[in-house]
Write a protein that binds this ligand. Structure first.
Ligand code: 3H9
Length: 685
């Protein structure tokens, strides 16, 4: 079955792609397109060709699942197909609607003309998969948008609407942008062309907006954290200044090299892992999600306001609730200030800010929340406080309302039992800052209904979060693993590594920030409060002497100008601190420790393999449904480098037996699952 349809309107052949789910350009689609284009060119009845998608999507580009299989290399290749369009003696018009990404855009760039729906989303997102556009995109896009606009689009991989692209000065990408049915508009456009010759071919153009790309190169090198593809893509865009054929040869070589590169494999793993995480046992296509048209957030602190903004941003009305007028006003002011800052930076239109604020209601009474479909509690992490809130909510909320807790540590099974409707209680664990971080852990208590879970997944999709379902345990997936990672870092510190060595090793590995810089950013006092509580509850718990001493000195991090590092004159640059060096030296002396030195590689191994070991335990206990869910949690919520695919995937690339041996060498008995898989030569998934 070839994945295209051929229809004739007047003397225009309309060729539509039909290759579910996203019109990926797999072999069958490429064969179908070439067959239909040839048919149209051979027919004396046909004067022009319109190439279109299925109304919802033009094409998401190359079929990623085909990479590495013989089909990916089979003819007709995408390049052959694009050349056939470009060389066609009859006008070819691409009718772009919905999504037009990657190879899909490259296909459209091979057409002589492009008509797009104003809302169509257009992108070359290959860098997000560790690749560069491989079918002429790096050479054709600069010829129609200019060097800088094309370089921005290719190196960030983000989608722009056709309406936005049409506004770029001097652009030759889009010939017509319409608000109406794009296919009919394209057919009318094709009919109006008559026998106009010669047909415009992008490859014959020269780059007429030749801007300096050095500033962009400097930004990419700084922010890239070791990701290669954007810099390779930039080199290729620079080549668009020269002959087209030289540029496409270089592009082809770069694409072939990158497709076999570990970074691309890691990024593709992350892409499919995010999608796999949405498959949850019990939730099928037939599980009906409940309607959520209004949300209540209880608690207007940092978490509560961040959570509320997610819904406001998505156009969903929010009732924000607090126990005191002052706290409520403070919360509203935080939300307003955040949006105002975005308006000032030009990231948010003033009208959108006004619209969002108009969706926000405030309340001092639980009874006001009764009509909301979902209520999210974000109050103090104390079981007695949670009991009081959930008892009240249970009393007032309408039947069918979902009661969610944002707790990051407490037992949600127990929280559910504070209500007479445990099947309606679920955990929605947001990560701070909640309006920025993309991860949402959906915590599944024993009694929650599948319908409530389906609703939580649907809500996550609406507010643009990456959801992962976790079972109930202390810390769920993310924070439970974080505790191990932090412990591993502190063990190294106690044995002789400095905060700077540990941070820089893990940052070289690709993390945005090492554990000590991260602690200084979030504030050491938070962890200290938790530790003090733990010491009281359990006198046998292992003390974190160095961190405690630091806090006793009032060194809480950036906000106090000093923590694991010094921060001079209110700046954010972490400067190694003589006070911390002194504190460590005295700790070693007191405890008779001869400080050891560690290579960056051994530091990374310690930290990352501790994550893997805890991840294996989490998997074994069924807290995570699959290893790739753990990868998603760590990439979306904890700054693990996406191009390394997440800790569990990374462990597989290193080899599970290597991980097992390294853990043992550090005196850790690895998780039984890890030992078993390493012994059998198997992987996690
Ligand atoms: C490229 O084009 C290289 C060329 O330059 C050169 C070639 C020589 N292939 O995201 P969703 C699946 S590289 C195969 O949930 P949405 C996805 O796994 C490519 N499968 O839906 C999922 O499957 P399942 C450059 C793909 O509506 C299903 O489709 N293009 C592909 O939220 C639905 O996906 C990209 O990187 C694909 N290309 O979003 C585009 N894309 O149901 C990547 C998706 O089994 N894709 N699937 O879980 C996207 O950005 C989003 O999927 C899209 C739809 C916006 C298209």
């Amino acid at each position: 079955m070839l994945s295209t349809h051929y229809a004739v309107t007047g003397n225009v052949a309309v060729i539509s792609l039909d290759h579910p789910p996203v019109n990926g350009l797999a072999l069958a689609a490429r064969q179908g397109l070439l067959r239909d284009v040839t048919r149209a060119l051979e027919s004396s009845e046909i004067g022009s060709i319109v190439l279109t998608g299925n109304g919802r999507i033009f094409s998401a580009g190359a079929d990623i699942t085909e990479f590495g299989t013989p089909d990916a290399l089979a003819e007709p290749s995408l390049r052959t197909l694009i050349e056939a369009l470009e060389d066609a003696p009859k006008p070819v018009v691409a009718a772009i609607d919905g999504v037009c990404f990657g190879g899909g855009l490259e296909l459209a760039l091979g057409a002589h003309y492009r008509v797009a729906a104003a809302a169509a989303r257009i992108a070359l997102p290959e860098v997000k998969l560790g690749l560069v556009p491989g079918a002429g995109g790096t050479q054709r896009l600069p010829r129609v948008l200019g060097l800088r606009a094309a370089a921005d689009m290719i190196t960030d991989g983000a989608a722009r609407t056709a309406a936005v692209l049409a506004e770029l000065p001097g652009q030759k990408l889009l010939d017509l942008v319409v608000d109406t049915d794009v296919e009919s508009a394209a057919v009318r456009f094709a009919e109006s062309l008559g026998n106009s010759v010669p047909l415009p071919r992008i490859r014959d153009l020269t780059v007429d907006r030749d801007e300096d790309l050095a500033p962009l190169r400097a930004t990419l090198a700084k922010r890239g954290r070791g990701l290669r593809a954007p810099l390779v893509a930039l080199d290729l865009v620079e080549q668009a200044r020269g002959p087209f054929s030289d540029g496409t040869s270089a592009e082809r070589a770069a694409f072939t090299q990158l497709v076999d590169d570990g970074q691309s494999a890691g990024l593709r793993h992350a892409f499919f892992a995010e999608r796999a995480a949405q498959n949850v046992p019990g939730v099928t296509k037939d599980t009906t999600a409940r309607t959520v048209s209004k949300v209540a957030v209880v608690g207007a602190g940092t978490m509560g306001t961040g959570i509320a903004m997610n819904f406001l941003n998505a156009g969903i009305p929010v009732a924000l609730s607090e126990s005191s007028r002052e706290a409520l006003l403070r919360g509203v002011a935080t939300i307003r200030r955040t949006y105002e800052a975005q308006v000032e930076k030009g990231r948010l239109a003033y009208t959108a800010f006004v619209d969002r604020m108009s969706l926000l209601e405030t309340s001092l009474e639980y009874a006001d929340l009764a009509s909301c479909d979902l209520v999210i509690e974000a109050v103090f992490e104390d079981m007695d406080v949670k009991r009081a809130v959930f008892t009240e909510l249970d009393a007032v909320m309408k039947p069918g309302a979902i009661l969610a807790s944002n707790t990051s540590t407490l037992d949600i099974d127990l929280i559910a039992e504070f209500t007479r409707r445990p099947s309606d209680v679920v955990g929605l664990h947001f990560f701070s800052p909640a309006n920025v971080m993309s991860l949402l852990e959906i915590v599944r208590p024993k009694k929650v209904s599948d319908e409530v879970l389906a609703t939580a997944l649907e809500v996550a999709r609406r507010i643009g979060k990456v959801p992962v379902v976790a079972g109930v345990c202390d810390g769920f997936i993310g924070n439970r693993m974080l505790a191990r990672y932090r412990r591993a870092a502190d063990d190294l510190l106690e044995a002789g590594a400095s905060p700077g060595q540990i941070d820089s090793a893990i940052e070289q590995f690709g993390y945005a920030m090492g554990p000590y810089r991260a602690s200084d950013l979030s504030g050491g006092d938070i962890g200290w409060a938790v530790r003090k509580r733990q010491y009281l509850e359990n006198p046998d718990v292992r003390r974190n002497e160095i961190a405690d001493e630091l806090c006793e000195m009032g060194r809480f991090g950036q906000k106090t100008g000093a923590g694991w590092y010094d921060y001079e004159d209110g700046r954010r640059d972490a400067v190694p601190s003589p006070v911390v060096a002194e504190l460590l030296a005295s700790y070693y002396q007191r405890n008779g420790i001869r400080p050891q030195s560690y290579s960056a590689e051994s530091i990374v191994q310690r930290l990352v393999f501790s994550l893997v070991d805890e991840g294996a335990r989490i998997l074994e206990e069924g807290i995570a449904l699959r290893a790739s869910d753990i990868d998603v949690v760590y990439i979306a919520g904890y700054g693990f480098p996406r191009y390394r695919g997440g800790p569990m995937y990374y462990a597989e690339t290193v080899g599970l037996s290597t991980v097992e041996a390294a853990l043992r060498a550090d005196g850790i008995e690895p998780a039984p699952l890890l030992v078993e898989l390493a012994r059998d030569g198997r992987t996690f998934d």
